[in-house]
Ligand binder design. Structure first.
Ligand SMILES: NC(=O)c1ccc[n+]([C@@H]2O[C@H](COP(=O)([O-])OP(=O)(O)OC[C@H]3O[C@@H](n4cnc5c(N)ncnc54)[C@H](OP(=O)(O)O)[C@@H]3O)[C@@H](O)[C@H]2O)c1
Length: 237
């Protein structure tokens, strides 16, 4: 049946947030749980996952695995029933100019940002009409100095999104490209005394602002293969 999009559709759905122990993923998990979803939160650190789950709801489930480890990702999905929605916000990235960044660090950044989501897409079990939401970043199409591996990985995630939207149908696959979001990742990357890059909204987003859009993509039965710029206008400056 063709239903009008609504967050009410999350009630009793099974929703996995890979990277749900912090930032945008944690905000996504909280909003989905508030709309009645059975949420599973993952990250590498069991302690961070435990703390996140305690702040969401009593029936939130948890697991710890490294999404860049093929065997761990395969084992996780082999031991869990299919999910209705999967959101992959996890990433651990390092930024520096190409000539200053060691190849190992550049590779691990690319692996985290691209091969992690790739592995999730490879092994995830999703219900028909369910959704997979990926995160790129404004760097994909608005690159800045010092963002080489991240920008390349974000662009690769966007290309992968479109391929997956065809390959995984009727599962829907979308990608959000955030600008600057006030999370631990941003605070680690930016000195608080340094002004943020100019953008029309003149402030970083709250993680909830990105989470809201991720869930809007997941809840919209007509939406697949879409890349959503959610960057406070960064891409038009
Ligand atoms: N914040 C921004 O300004 C911004 C802008 C554009 C795009 N983005 C993108 O948005 C996404 C979320 O960013 P955020 O700011 O919310 O980050 P965050 O607060 O640092 O959270 C990252 C989450 O990913 C988990 N994680 C990292 N590496 C992992 C791995 N290999 N396997 C499993 N879990 C892993 C972390 O937990 P553990 O460390 O315990 O594993 C944590 O739960 C990222 O893809 C980021 O590139 C962020």
């Amino acid at each position: 049946m063709n239903k009008a999009p609504s967050f009410a559709a999350f009630a009793s759905s099974r929703l996995l947030v890979v990277g749900g122990s912090s930032g945008i993923g944690l905000a996504t998990a909280r909003i989905a749980a508030a709309h009645g979803a059975f949420v599973t939160v993952t990250g590498r650190s069991p302690d961070r996952v435990k703390a996140a789950v305690a702040s969401i709801s009593a029936d939130t489930a948890s697991a710890s695995f490294d999404m860049t480890d093929e065997a761990e990702v395969e084992a996780f999905f082999a031991t869990h029933p299919p999910f209705d929605h999967i959101v992959v916000t996890a990433a651990a990235i390092r930024s520096a100019p190409v000539r200053a960044l060691s190849l190992d660090t550049a590779r691990s950044t690319f692996a985290s940002k691209f091969w992690g989501p790739y592995l999730i897409a490879r092994f995830a079990r999703l219900t028909d009409g369910g959704s997979l939401s990926l995160i790129s970043g404004a760097a994909a199409r608005r690159p800045r100095a010092g963002r080489g591996p991240v920008a390349a990985a974000c662009a690769a995630v966007e290309a992968l999104t479109k391929v997956l939207a065809v390959e995984l149908a009727p599962v829907r696959v979308n990608c959000i490209a955030p600008g600057l979001v006030d999370t631990p990742m941003l605070r680690a990357a930016y000195d608080p005394n340094t002004p943020i890059p100019p953008q029309p909204v003149r402030r970083a987003a709250l993680p909830e602002g990105i989470a809201f859009q991720i869930l809007a993509c997941a809840a919209n039965p007509y939406m697949t293969g879409s890349i959503i710029d959610l960057d406070g206008g960064l891409s038009v400056m």
